[in-house]
Design a binder for this molecule. Sequence first.
Ligand code: PRP
Ligand code: MN
Ligand code: MG
Length: 180
Amino acid sequence: PHRPYVIDEMISAKSIAARIEALAREIRNEFSDTDKLVVVGLLRGSFVFIADLVRELDLPVEVDFLEASSYGDGMESSREVRILKDLRGAIEGRDVLVVEDIVDTGFTLDHVLHLLESRHPRKLRCIALLDKPTRRETTVKADWIGFEIPDEFVVGYGIDFAQRNRNLPFIGKVRFTDTA
Ligand code: PRP
Ligand code: MN
Ligand code: MG
């Protein structure tokens, strides 16, 4: 049983779309020489972002997914990243773009990037829609960031609170309405 809360809009669907267009242009330039770009979405949070991003990428793209989980249903990182589902394809010698919804402590992205690096891709880059730099507990850094945000618990556009609210078309922040 959760405390009652409302969701206040923080980043509109329109500004997300505009930012993705700009990011897609930068990614296109970075990978302009690629014969095939493997775009790796980290499940589950990135499923909306990767869907919008790949549709703006005018490149030969393949899509793959990897499931990592650190939060479960809580609001705190477990700092213990589990790989629940691995990639379908091999990435040795390939160009790879990891797509993440949010970097908080950084444990998830750090773990995944080390894992993928050990498979010797040709080029490995990473994009995160949201970044909460004040929460970082690792040295990991995404190559592209959509928006830097303050330390608020956010939901929507793929991001959940106890598995809910992933389907909101915008990014919102959770505000508890009880007095606790
Ligand atoms: C969330 C979010 C990022 C990660 C960020 O995933 O989607 O993957 O946590 O936090 P970190 O930087 O502190 O590791 P979660 O574990 O909740 O799984 P989900 O994507 O399936 O919701
Ligand atoms: Mn996630
Ligand atoms: Mg989650």
